[in-house]
Design a protein around this ligand. Structure first.
Ligand code: HEC
Length: 112
């Protein structure tokens, strides 16, 4: 193989990795986020009065996992978990996996 091809292949691999990682659409996610802002802040900065932690700039994969956990009842169902119980019904607002990935992509795109 010609050495000159290596950077081109590396760029191609990086481009595919980018496509695979970016499944959520931040623009659609912004619309979903409107309801979340009540507790997590207008720009995802968090809101202590509502017990909502900051979400801006967090890893997309982590946000997807946590939102899915709330939606599936893995988090926020223990009667002693008063904060988790506030969040769990909110995850039901997001109808499917795509909506979860979209809102996570939006949050990950915000500066914190
Ligand atoms: C009624 C207030 C409220 C609303 C509205 C709300 N949340 Fe939450 N959210 C919380 C609270 C409180 C927690 C902290 C739960 C805990 O301490 O276990 C939380 C936690 C989270 C977490 C976990 C953060 C972490 O570090 O693990 C994510 C992700 C999240 N919310 C996303 C959302 C999204 C997306 C929406 C909109 C669909 C939303 N929330 C709407 C109150 C809310």
């Amino acid at each position: 193989m010609k050495l000159a091809l290596i950077p081109a292949l590396a760029a191609l691999a990086a481009a595919f990795a980018g496509i695979a990682a970016a499944q959520g659409d931040p623009e659609r996610g912004r619309a979903w986020y409107a309801v979340c802002a009540t507790c997590h802040g207008e720009n995802g900065e968090g809101m202590q009065e509502m017990n909502g932690p900051a979400l801006a700039g967090r890893e997309e994969w982590y946000l997807v996992r946590q939102i899915q956990n709330f939606k599936d009842g893995v988090r926020g169902t223990n009667p002693g978990d008063i904060y988790g119980l506030q969040m769990a019904p909110m995850a039901q607002v997001l109808p499917d996996r795509q909506a979860i990935e979209d809102v996570a992509a939006y949050l990950a795109s915000l500066e914190y």
